[in-house]
Design a protein around this ligand. Sequence first.
Ligand SMILES: [Ca+2]
Length: 505
Amino acid sequence: MPRLFHRTALCALVLCAGGHVGRISAAERPAALVRPNILLIVVDDLGWGDVSYHGSRIPTPNLDRLAREGVELDRHYVMPQCTPTRSSLLSGIWASRYDLTHSQGKADTGFPAGLRLLPEVMRDAGYTTLHAGKWHVGPAPGQRPWERGFEQTYGSLHGTSPVWRHSGTPGPDGDFWQRNGQPLTEVGVHTTDLLTAQAIAWLHEQAARPAPKPWFLYLAHFAPHTPLDPPKDWLAKFARADFAGDDAEAARAMRYAATVAHLDDAIGRVIAVLEANRQRENTLVVFTSDNGPQIVPRDPTQNGGTAGELRGFKGTTYEGGIRVPALVSWPARLKPRKLETPVLVVDWLPTFAALAGITVKTGRTLDGVDVWPLLTGSVATLAPRPLYLKYLGGMAALREGDWKLVTRGESRFARSLMVGDDRADQLFNLTAHPLERDELAATRPEILARMQARLIEHMEGAAPAFADGTMQYWWSRVPEQQALIARRTAEVTAERAKQKSAAPR
Ligand SMILES: [Ca+2]
């Protein structure tokens, strides 16, 4: 089979497993680049339709303003769930390629060796760094945020946080509220407010430095992920009469709306501090959700949020699972506009590194590219690059150019999200039909076959690190994919048997 896909993406920066980081000389650095502060805000499970600038009835005036006055990213793509999106964000490489594609909460999980993460890159570029909020890319020793480049950290390593007490049962899996790795008890204050207070206090510290350094703040909110338990004064802003459904459904929708409105207000408070400290002019703000809204097809009482007109939701590889509200704001440098060229979550590492004025070299190829020229409008578009999303239970997506292949998987998990008995692969032309209502596999079989072959090529390059009994490798009904599944499963089984026999007794 010819290797048709090409890793075009990969040209801007090369990361080095050995950690070599080189500063770009003043002569090489574009004059426009001034090593800005970077505020990266990631929120959790906010759907496409959950911001008022996309038509939601939930008021999000602060996000609306940032979108209106900044670059609204109309096609910002992430992965379908927290861990794979955050892994892709932090590594600049699709988590599909190293199989960090499912929720990381166990003591022995985390990144494979050899990846250099975004905070390590920024630290080595001379930035002061803070992680506040959710980590969820592995709590194993050596994988925790204070061990992966962040000077200061605050929050939880887990995927959810009890809203008012912040930690579950302490144990080896790292489920505790912490500051710089030390357990902390702050019961009684809402998680969103705690994270906001930490971010604001740290921003004041940065502004007060006699010799300021550029800073990188990764503010990873838990909201509006479940549990939904907003402050009472925010809940009181919403009336039962405005929500449809029975009382239970309406109560949940009101809690969701209040959680999002409270979160929007918290983001506004952080932006206000940047403005008050006169740091807004030299700060790039990036905002995104990590995946689509949580929808439980068989239990609507568990639902939160909406993907609006998009098909699918969190956990699916349809647009509603992976196309999320996102924006970039830096009024001093970026003119307001809506950008329809796809921007990918893997792009932020190379973009931030370029803005920080460094090159980073590694043996692994990045999927992301520096999108700064696209954001400024100095280039109209980017070279074509693939969107390769491998998810659990056989669900996957591959987008190249106009075309998108969706595989739906055969597992019980996949069937619970992508419901229906027809499990055949689907083909969409997103340029012609961005809402994925027009399925073209039957009418364009040659394109379907080409996309399926390319998906296999991508899969062949992935490490089979986490293959187990959950049928992650159970893909479509294409024979070549089945053969690959069988081979990978055999490799992993053999490797595990070898490790078991080598383990001390
Ligand atoms: Ca999430």
